[in-house]
Design a protein. Structure first.
Length: 367
């Protein structure tokens, strides 16, 4: 009997120890699972669900026809939050596909060609949910993807957020895009259109960057894009930009004709602009070549009408132009009688003659 009880105790002890070990293993697995969930690790069910999403988007990519209209239709038919969520998941995975299309901007900044699927989806996001498009685009702008993506992302932030609160952000990101070496080496259509962000933000602070690129005679593409940007900034912020141009001796020496054209955009009816132009005209460092170019094109009211990423160019009416020319002609006639302009008389004569012809032509047309 004693032996039987002894064996029974040993058996119960083994069972008890085995149970303790099993319970410890269970607790260990439970703890690991909790830690995995806390760290955001994907379980089997989550992995299966993610795999389904991957397969669905892979199928969508393969089924994109020559036109992207069908994909737009599919996503637009979904509840907005669901469509935005799927696009966001796809963009975060870094996948993409070329479409064979060229990036093209239409009236009002409407995009009419998307070189990649990601560019298409970023464009569609703004249509589906501007606020979400701005938020997701800020994520895109936190890492270097492509110049085209950045250009569309900048547009989304500009249009999806309240105007005025993001100007510094847009300007600095646009400058970062423009100065990224690999994007600058082979500028895409999106890269060149991103200069319009500087116009949109009226980025007079970007003048040194534009000046540097305009002086790049080995890169006509960069110089031309920068010149157009500076020209449009002068039209929007004439006094600030002309003040900076007057102080930029390196640019004046490198591109004398271009700087003369910018001063010819000044509206001499404005006393402040009149003063900066007068100072520039009488400055001994202003060369005869610059003065010739200035007088030959003044008043420079030419407007380049184009489809841009964010901005548009308003046409000036014929009546407004005539009123301007008539008033400015009076200023020039007054300067001609001022002794301080004696050394500049020949250039003032050219300017007065041009303005007189414009006014007479307008008067004949109105009869």
């Amino acid at each position: 009997m004693v032996a039987y009880l002894s064996r029974l105790k040993r058996l119960l002890a083994c069972v008890f120890i085995g149970a303790l070990i099993s319970f410890a293993v269970y607790l260990f697995k439970l703890q690991n699972k909790s830690e995995s969930n806390a760290k955001g690790e994907v379980g089997e069910s989550d992995f299966h669900e993610a795999r389904i999403v991957d397969l669905k988007w892979d199928r969508e990519i393969r089924e994109i026809p020559d036109s992207l209209a069908s994909l737009r239709e599919k996503l637009s038919a979904k509840p907005r939050s669901e469509a935005v969520g799927e696009i966001e998941v796809f963009l975060r995975k870094g996948k993409d596909r070329k479409t064979g299309l060229t990036l093209k901007f239409g009236k009002g900044g409407k995009i009419e060609g998307w070189p990649t699927l990601r560019v298409f989806l970023l464009d569609l996001l703004l249509e589906l949910d501007p606020e979400a498009a701005a938020r997701i685009s800020r994520e895109i702008l936190s890492s270097k993807t492509s110049a085209d993506e950045w250009a569309i992302a900048l547009r989304n932030v500009a249009k999806g957020e309240r105007i005025g609160r993001n100007m510094d952000y847009l300007r600095t990101r646009a400058e970062e895009l423009i100065t990224t070496p690999e994007w600058q080496a082979q500028p895409s259509i999106g890269y060149l259109n991103a200069f319009d962000v500087l116009v949109y933000t009226e980025a007079i602070e970007s003048s040194p960057l534009l000046s540097e690129l305009i002086q790049r005679k080995d890169r006509r593409d960069l110089a031309h894009a920068s010149f157009l940007t500076m020209d449009r900034l002068v039209q929007r912020r004439p006094l600030d930009m002309l003040t900076r141009l007057k102080a930029d001796r390196a640019l004046q020496e490198s591109r004398p004709e271009m700087t003369a054209q910018q001063f010819a955009r000044a509206d001499l009816r404005d006393i402040s602009q009149q003063a900066i132009v007068k100072s520039w005209l009488l400055d001994p460092s202003t060369t005869p070549k610059q003065l010739q170019n200035f007088s030959a094109i003044f008043p420079n009211n030419n407007k380049l009408i184009s489809h841009n990423l964010l901005t548009s160019q308003e046409q000036v009416s014929g009546a407004d132009l005539t009123a301007h020319d008539r008033d400015v002609l009076a200023v020039i006639q007054d300067w001609k009688t001022d002794p301080v302009f004696e050394s500049r008389t020949q250039y003032l004569e050219v300017m007065a003659k041009r303005l007189s012809q414009f006014v007479k032509s307008a008067d004949r047309s109105s009869r």
